[in-house]
Design a binder for this molecule. Structure first.
Ligand SMILES: C[S@@+](CC[C@H](N)C(=O)[O-])C[C@H]1O[C@@H](n2cnc3c(N)ncnc32)[C@H](O)[C@@H]1O
Length: 194
């Protein structure tokens, strides 16, 4: 069984050091999020990315913040997000959204917690528009005092293999901090081009 994030450690997600090391608005902007877009944040947690995403997409856009754990979503709602941010309870490999809705789909620190990574990635692809990005931010496969244990971490090459198995197409992989990668894959467009 995959190791899940303990909601009683929610403050770790909101640590000011994390905001400094991994500024969410800057990262999202550099990954291409902008006004009017529909953004899906799978495993949104306390809203580390969903809240700045709502600022970036603005009232013409929509943010769907999804999580397995209701208390994470309650915590996010307690921050009074704008009305174009919706919180939705999610299942392990099933997202409560229609096909092809998202301009940008993100899972940050979630892939290494999933029970069935390929099924999870297929769902991320399903809700994404053809040709649009699915971004996986996760911990580099290295030994560190903070973050998940080494054994639970997924190397970015392995994440890429899993994404290809799920029918997604490689776009780019980059280190966004010394300890974290962002892997961008695309839902292939109807004509087969990324
Ligand atoms: C380590 S937290 C990261 C939260 C947030 N993405 C961030 O970067 O701050 C992982 C979150 O993913 C959620 N989660 C784990 N597996 C999930 C799944 N299969 N579908 C949706 N959410 C999931 C957990 O409940 C938890 O809130």
């Amino acid at each position: 069984m995959a190791h899940k994030f303990d909601p009683s450690h929610l403050n770790r997600l909101e640590n000011p050091d994390r905001y400094r090391a991994m500024p969410p608005e800057k990262i999202l902007r550099e990954l291409g999020l902008g006004p009017g877009m529909i953004f899906v944040d799978v495993g949104a947690g306390s809203g580390f990315f969903s809240l700045p995403a709502a600022e970036l997409v603005g009232p013409e856009g929509t943010v769907y913040a999804l999580d397995l754990v209701p208390e994470m979503l309650e915590h996010l709602r307690s921050k009074r997000p704008p009305p174009w941010l919706q919180t939705l309870p999610s299942e392990e490999s099933r997202l409560p959204l229609p096909d092809g809705i998202a301009d940008f789909t993100l899972a940050c620190f979630v892939l290494h917690e999933t029970e069935a990574p390929v099924a999870f990635l297929k769902e991320m692809g399903r809700v994404t528009k053809p040709g649009a990005p699915v971004v996986l931010i996760d911990w580099a496969k290295m030994r560190q005092d903070d973050g998940p244990p080494y054994e639970h971490r997924i190397h970015h090459h392995r994440a890429e293999e899993l994404a290809l198995e799920a029918g997604l197409r490689f776009r780019k992989a980059e280190m966004i901090t010394p300890s974290h990668y962002a892997l961008t894959v695309l839902r292939p467009s109807a004509g087969g081009e990324g």
